[in-house]
Design a protein around this ligand. Structure first.
Ligand SMILES: [Zn+2]
Length: 344
């Protein structure tokens, strides 16, 4: 089990990045992986702080997370031999840094600039351009430094998407339990409860995101980080990715213009909650409260693609037993499910 050693969440925590890096034993060199935009919002500052601490700092700018980007970063790690790799960004930059560092046996520090999904703290990465559309195991971040002062300035759409990713644990944990009961799959109660608790706390505190944004962001970040830790404890994405994620991954393949990860999984959670016979209206209402999409129209996705994704979700990852294996959806039953839950 690999867990983060330092988790720092709060206002202006970026100022502590030098002290944290040194405390973890890295006082010679670091490599920063970031995007052109994240360089402006946080990257430059991190570089300056680390340089002021006496570290040799190299930086790489990447714009996507495909095999080419990963090989590029890995080659640079071989060439420059940094002690530690930092990923600064929303999703892709953190993923590129996480997997490249893992392949090259380097520790990795996560510096999220948005709170859009639980990959900021998980040991998994989502890679584009592979035959598998779902996440792969890499390594857990050694530290997570989340500065709410930076994240508060990101688009509200990212934050809403992150909330939806947390809420999706309501159904992913149930899918896991089902797989345990029916298929005798390993089920870790601790990891399951940690993921479930994150979703429940998010639902309970959803209104904070409108009344007290900073406090709301703290709750969200802690929930996302707890989900990442749940995956580290389970040793897989199982506690945090069930049928609702399969639906989201199917949409990524089917829709010409997919929505954000959390947004798609959130809408999937509404429908999978109904299949699980849990309170799907509460899921929908919470998503609405945090400003996340609850319908095909709000996702910007055609109704037919929603139905097709529901039908094809199970085949995305046949080894992952979920409610979709119990309640096989046909185009007709999928359409009824989407209609009853108001998604289409
Ligand atoms: Zn997710």
């Amino acid at each position: 089990m690999q867990l983060p050693r330092e988790v720092v969440v709060g206002n202006n925590t970026l100022d502590q990045i030098g002290a944290i890096t040194k405390r973890l034993g890295f006082s010679d060199s670091a490599m920063i992986v970031m995007g052109p935009k994240t360089m402006e919002v946080a990257g430059r500052k991190v570089m300056d702080i680390l340089k002021a601490e006496g570290l040799k700092v190299d930086h790489l700018v990447v714009t996507s997370c495909n095999i080419k980007d990963i090989v590029f970063v890995e080659d640079k790690i071989d060439e420059l031999k940094p002690q530690v790799v930092l990923g600064i960004g929303g999703g892709t930059k953190i993923d590129v840094a996480k997997i490249s560092a893992s392949h090259k046996d380097r520790p990795f520090i996560s510096v999220p600039t948005t709170a859009s999904h639980d990959g900021i703290a998980s040991p998994l990465v989502s890679l584009k351009g592979l035959d598998k559309p779902y996440s792969l195991m890499a390594q857990s971040p050694m530290a997570i430094v989340a500065d709410t002062n930076v994240i508060i300035n990101s688009s509200p759409r990212f934050t809403a998407s992150g909330c939806a990713d947390v809420i999706s644990k309501l159904t992913s944990v149930r899918d896991w339990k089902l797989a345990h009961e029916v298929m005798d799959e390993y089920y870790g109660e601790y990891a399951a409860n940690l993921a479930l608790m994150s979703a429940r706390l998010m639902i309970k505190n959803a209104q904070l995101l409108t009344t007290d944004m900073e406090q709301g962001l703290r709750v969200l970040l802690e929930a996302l980080i707890s989900c990442g830790v749940a995956m580290s404890i389970a040793g897989s994405s199982r506690p945090c990715s069930g049928s609702e994620h399969l639906f989201g991954h199917a949409l990524d393949q089917i829709a010409p213009k997919p929505a954000m990860h959390g947004e798609q999984c959130g809408v999937g959670t509404i429908m999978m909650a109904r299949l699980h016979n849990i309170n799907w209206r509460q899921v929908r209402d919470t998503l609405k409260r945090v400003g996340a999409p609850t319908t095909a129209q709000e996702l910007g996705i055609e109704k037919e693609h929603i139905v097709e994704a529901l039908v094809r979700a199970q085949e995305i990852r046949p080894d992952r037993y979920t409610i979709l294996d119990e309640r096989t959806l046909t185009p007709e039953t999928a359409k009824t499910l989407a209609k009853t839950t108001g998604v289409i």
